[in-house]
Design a protein around this ligand. Sequence first.
Ligand code: NAI
Ligand code: MG
Length: 488
Amino acid sequence: MTTLTTIAPPKVTQTKNLINGKWVDAKSGKTFKTYNPSTAQPIAEIAESDTVDVDAAVKSAKAAFEGAWSKFTSRERGKLLYRLADLIEENAEELAALETLNNGKPISEVKAADVPLTIATFRYYAGWADKIYGETVPVDSNEFFVYTKKEPVGVCGQIIPWNFPLLMLAWKWGPALAAGNTIILKPAEQTPLTALRIGELAQEAGFPDGVINIINGYGETAGDALVKHEGVDKIAFTGHYKTAQIIMKSAADTLKRITFELGGKSPNVVYADADMDLAVRGAMTGIFFNQGEVCCAGSRLFVEATAHDEFVSKFKEAAETHRVGDPFDPQTQQGAQVSQEQYDKILSYIELGKNEANLVTGGAPACDQGWFVKPTIFSGVSNEMRIAQEEIFGPVVSVIPFKDNNDLIRQANDTVYGLAAAVWTQNITKAFKIANDVRAGTVWVNCYNTFDPAAPFGGFKFSGHGRECGKDAIENYVETKTVWVSTQ
Ligand code: NAI
Ligand code: MG
C-alpha cells in the first residue's frame, strides 16, 4: 500500500476558543487532542469547553447583536463578508493544507472543491446582505398601510460536522451574517483547525467583537449547553438524525428555531440505456468522493437488471484503479477516514455486508497506518438489508438490481431518508419521472455531487428541516415582522 510522503505540516496557529474577540482557554483549563487521520497521530491540544464557556460566548453574541452589529448597515455587512472571502482566497493554500491535515481528505479535492466553494459561498451571501427585504401587504381596508420587514433571528448556535469543515462553516455563517445575526459556532471535535483559522481571518476582516464566537468541544457537553441555553435563539445543526432527535428534545424547553441538515441513503439509478462509462464515473463520484463521508453519497446504486453484469464489471475495474493513499499526494483520489470511530464503524458494516451480500471488491483496510479503507462494492444487495438502510458514511456501496419503474420507485423511496437521488439515462421521460417521483431534496440527472451556493440543498423526511444555500437559507435566519400603520 501507498506510503505517506513526508511533508512539512502546515502550522497550527490557533487552538483556543474565540469569545468576544479574544482567544481564550476553556475556563476549566481542559483540552482534547485533534488528530491527523492519515497517521492516526495527534496534531494539537484544543480548548475543551463546557457550560461556563458557552455561557460567556452567548453573553458576547447577545451584546454584539444588541450593540455594535445592530448599527451596521446591510451593505456594510456585505462588505465584511466580501473581505472575509478575499482573505480566505489569499490564504487558500494554507487552509487547504490544514483541512487535509485534520480531515484526511485529498489535497487536490480540497483545492478543487472545498476551498473554492467556501469562497463562493461567502461571496454569494455577501451579495444577499442588501437584498433581504419585506413587502407591502394589500389588506382589505383603506385605513391601514401594512408592510413586512425581515429581521435577524438573533443569537445563532451553529453545530457542524467534520466531513466538510470549511464548507459547512461557510454554509452556516454566510446567510446568518448576511441577515444580521450573531454566531456561536461549535466545530466538530474531530476537525476544529480550519474553523479556528477562519476565526482569525474574520477578525482581520473587521467583524466586531462578539459577532462571531467559536466554542470547541464535544457535542454531549459544549454542543448540548449551546442547544439548551436560553440566550440562544436558533440552532442550525448538521450531522446524524439521532443527534438531531436529541437536539430537538433539548431545544424544546426554550422553543428555539431549529434547522437540520442530516444524513442520507441516496438512490443512484442507472438505466440500461445510460451511457455506461459516464454512469460508472458517476457511481464512483457518488460514493467514493470524500471517502464516502458525504451526507448525499449515492450509497444505494440501483442498476437495471439487464445492464447489471456489464455495469458491475466496469464499476469493479474503476474501483480497483482508484488511488487511495497519502492525501497530500496530488495524485491521490481517496484519503483517510476522519477518525478511529468512523474507521471502526465502516469496517463493522463491511463485515455485516460480507454476511448479507456478495463482496465484489475492497472490504478491507487500505493502508497499514492511519484510517484508510479500500473502495468497497457489494452486489446482490436487497433494499431491506441493513447495509442498504443504514448510513455507513464510508466508501461502501450497495448495488441493487431493479426490473421496472414501479419496482424501482417503491424501493428508492423505501428509506427513512430523503436527501438526494440521481438518475443515469438517455431517456428524458425516465429522467423526469425519477425527478418527480423520488422524495428527496436534490435530484441529479446525468451528474452527481454538483454544488453551488445558489442552489438550495437539504432533505425530506429524516434528512432534515429547512434548506441550506440559495435564497432558502436566508429564510432560516430571519423573522418576519408585520407593521400596521393607521392612515386615518
Ligand atoms: P454527530 O451528529 O454526533 O456530530 C455532528 C456534530 O454534532 C458535532 O459537532 C458534534 O460534536 C455535535 N453533537 C454531537 N452530539 C451532540 C449533542 N447531544 N448536542 C449537541 N451537539 C452534538 O455525528 P458523529 O457522531 O460525528 O458521526 C456519526 C454519524 O453521523 C456518521 O457516521 C454519519 O453517519 C453521520 N454524520 C452525518 C453527517 C452529515 O453531513 N449529514 C456529518 C457527520 C456525521
Ligand atoms: Mg455523535
